[in-house]
Structures are given as structure tokens and as C-alpha cells.
Design a protein around this ligand. Structure first.
Ligand SMILES: NC(=O)c1ccc[n+]([C@@H]2O[C@H](COP(=O)([O-])OP(=O)(O)OC[C@H]3O[C@@H](n4cnc5c(N)ncnc54)[C@H](O)[C@@H]3O)[C@@H](O)[C@H]2O)c1
Length: 206
């Protein structure tokens, strides 16, 4: 069953939306008549992604905002929130999806471990902290999707830093779920994927 926030005309904010799963989700949701904000690092990929989503959106480029925003920078996330509200007036879906593959084994540098956490965990934290008050104030259904990974549960060998960031994200999101469920009249839900127990390949099926 589709989440009630994902309605024709509602607004999705997707970090890391210039490629991969984020872009695929943006295209799917634009195809259903949602307005889309793509946030990613500055560059040609973001511009191209914005144009590709605009081709699908009901009202073309009017329904798409492609904005450079480094999720690891809280001030950039505040600017993103302000731009989305100015352009579209509301947010129904926040998809904290941006990821860096910087990291490595436990012996990787402190700098690489910190960067992995800055983007993959703190980027999600910033997104939630900046957008959640907006979602609460709207009183309409909304959803936060913090892109999880089974690697945050199974810890396969290869990239210990990535695994840890996804484990932290899982814990944070589950705590958020508990808090939202315990909040009176709350219309906000949170998840590590669009469907309970979904696999990564299902992410764009919504
Ligand atoms: N691909 C998979 O099989 C898979 C499986 C499980 C979970 N996931 C999760 O799904 C999400 C998307 O994965 P993907 O494979 O599509 O990734 P991807 O690498 O294709 O896309 C990630 C996007 O994030 C952007 N990004 C990187 N650093 C950023 C920053 N600081 N600020 C803003 N944007 C930034 C990149 O430019 C890129 O466009 C990730 O959170 C990932 O952990 C992916």
C-alpha cells in the first residue's frame, strides 16, 4: 500500500539525488506527479539529473528544484530547507539518501573514517534535525526515509567504515521511529527503506 504522503502534487526532497537510487526514486515519484527537490554535490551530474526529472514531471522544470547541498554541512541543509519551502511550500517525503564510499577497513585513516561519518551519518542527522520541525508543523502525512543498508546489520568484510555508518543510521532511525510513535497526533513516520523489510532493489518500487 502506498504511503499517504506520496500523493500527486506533494513534494519529495531527495539527497544524493543526482545518481543511483536517489535519481531512480526521483524519476518514479515525478512520474506519479510529485514535485521533486534533488540535492547533491555541485556539478554536471546534478544539472543533468534535474533536466532528466523535469522531462518526466507534470509541469516540467517548474516541478523540479536541483540544488547543490553538501549534507555534511548543517548550514547547507538549512539553505536547502529554506529553498524548498520558498519554491514548493511543503515537504511530504525527505529521503536522506546521499552516501560516500570513502572509508575502508578499520585501519583506514582517521580522515576517511570521519568523512564517512560526516556524509553517511551526520548528513542524515542534519536532514532530520532541519526538516522534522517543518514536517511536524504541517500536520499532514509525511515520511522520512534514511537510506539504510543490510551492511549496517551484517557487517560484511570490505568496508568497515561504511558498515558502521549504516549501523549508526539504523540505530538513529529506530530511535526516531519510537519517538514519533510516542508523539501525540504525529503524522510523521520514519524508515530505513520505503517498505518494511524492503531490499535495495525494491527501493524504486515505492
Ligand atoms: N546501491 C546499492 O546496492 C545499495 C544497497 C543498500 C543501500 N544503499 C544505500 O542507498 C543509498 C543510495 O545508494 P546508491 O548506490 O544509489 O549511491 P550512489 O553512489 O549512486 O549515489 C550517491 C549520491 O550521493 C551523492 N553525495 C555524495 N556525497 C554527498 C554529500 N556530501 N552531499 C550530498 N550528496 C552527496 C553523490 O554525488 C551521489 O550522487 C545510499 O545511502 C546507500 O548506502 C545502496
Amino acid at each position: 500500500m502506498r504511503h499517504p504522503a506520496l500523493e500527486h502534487g506533494s513534494v519529495a526532497v531527495i539527497t544524493g539525488g543526482a545518481s543511483g537510487i536517489g535519481l531512480a526514486a526521483a524519476k518514479t515519484l515525478a512520474g506519479r506527479g510529485m514535485k521533486i527537490c534533488l540535492a547533491d554535490t555541485a556539478g554536471g551530474a546534478l544539472t543533468a539529473a534535474g533536466a532528466a526529472v523535469a522531462e518526466i514531471a507534470d509541469d516540467g522544470a517548474n516541478d523540479v528544484l536541483a540544488m547543490a547541498a553538501d549534507v555534511s554541512d548543517p548550514s547547507a541543509m538549512h539553505a536547502l530547507r529554506d529553498a524548498v519551502l520558498e519554491r514548493f511550500g511543503s515537504v511530504a517525503l525527505l529521503m536522506n539518501n546521499a552516501v560516500t564510499r570513502i572509508g575502508g577497513p578499520t585501519s583506514a585513516s582517521l580522515e576517511d573514517w570521519r568523512r564517512a561519518m560526516e556524509v553517511n551519518f551526520w548528513g542524515v542527522f542534519h536532514g532530520v534535525q532541519v526538516f522534522l520541525p517543518v514536517l511536524h508543523a504541517q500536520k499532514s502525512p509525511s515520511i522520512i526515509v534514511n537510506a539504510g543498508s543490510k551492511q549496517g546489520i551484517t557487517n560484511p568484510p570490505g568496508n568497515a567504515a561504511y558498515n558502521m555508518t549504516k549501523a549508526a543510521l539504523k540505530s538513529f532511525t529506530e530511535s526516531l521511529q519510537h519517538e514519533l510513535r510516542g508523539t501525540a497526533d504525529c503524522r510523521v513516520t520514519a524508515s530505513t527503506g520505503p517498505k518494511p523489510g524492503c531490499r535495495s532493489k525494491s527501493w524504486t518500487s515505492w
